[in-house]
Design a protein around this ligand. Sequence first.
Ligand code: UD1
Length: 421
Amino acid sequence: MDKLVIEGGTILKGEVTISGAKNAVLPIFAATLLTDDACIIKNVPNLRDTQTMIKILRSLGKEVILEKNTVTVTSTGKINFVADYKLVSTMRASFCVLGPLLAKLKRAKVSLPGGCVIGIRPVDLHLKGLKALNADISIESGYVVAKANRLKGRHIYLGGVFGSSVLATANVMMAATLAEGRTIIESAACEPEVIDLGEFLIKMGAKIKGVGTPLIEIEGVKHLHGASHQVIPDRIEAGTFMIAALITKGDILIKNLCYQHLGALIDKLLEAGAQISIVDHCSLRARFKRRLKPVNVTTLPYPGFPTDMQAQIMSLMAVTPGISVITEKIYPDRFMHVAELNRMGAYIQREGPHAIVEGVRLLSGAPVMASDLRASASLVLAGLVAKGITTVSRIYHLERGYENFEIKLQNLGAKLWREKE
Ligand code: UD1
């Protein structure tokens, strides 16, 4: 296992190019199961999670070729209907093969993904939606076993206790493309990654309206064909580099992003006093101009502030003198990074779904442990500004979601390197 060693104190400057969106590409890979034709997916980030999804597609009988950042998925003949525990348990997003397998093969057996450090993470909404489409669903030995001779379109309310669900919307939308009749998903997730999936499905011949709004309408078709698609830029990677610029008092031009996907984050950073300038429709410049002010942040489903940026903005607030309150409304237990940031000299108290951050002038380098993907990113950001050396263990979490993270940071002047644990 590798750890990342960071020598803090460098001001980051220069340009960085954002990779394709992890959370868009994973359900798009699953959607290729809906057709026997070839699909070509471009701008695929080379990440541990994309590799896991490629393994799952191969285990289900697809042939997958990865060349640079383009993936071609073709059929080898028979598709297997069982998605194994060993693969699904390593990555929750793989659960979204359930809808496509069920729609295409009339049956599917997909391991339940289990919980993870950011919370219990149930799949009740996925199952509710598929049941409403006429699937017969049971849980057997840790697997979801789903059968349906013909899925039937229905009006489905898919909102949950914490609002809409990104992957449940994806799962049900994919299944509904091949269902008989019209499906309406009410309280659908509006995230850009759901829109990207919808656009890919439309290219495959699906009849979908309203994707990107809380009301998605799908008119089932008999079959879908192959398609080629370019994945959208990763808004969370872009946001992480915006924070990297500000936390190090730097100046970074961030290219190949879609700034419209970053509205809530840009708004908060402007409120804090950062200088964010839109250069053109696919690049922006994040620059530290003067001392930042603390801001309160509440995570919400899109277009609200993303939970996947909560840990990173907490690192920024940890070194911004004054008090800020960060409220987590999607995953109320997503605070594993708090204790690690406090080990670096931050002063953060957790009270239920709130973190009260009292910004300090200086963090000090320390050995810290990454607990999940975005928590790891927040620790690296803190390490970049801390005095002395920070070592971040378990960086395989980072490799799940950031393509060439350390190389991109090194190119901006950061002093960091990998060492064996
Ligand atoms: C996706 C993202 C993840 C992001 C999350 C929230 C991918 C691959 N992952 O995860 O990075 O943090 O959206 O923006 O796209 N819930 C239920 N029942 C369900 C499903 C979800 O109660 O059946 C709850 C969850 O526990 C959570 C909330 O709904 O509290 C939102 O979760 P959801 O949008 O489903 O997250 P994912 O799609 O798994």
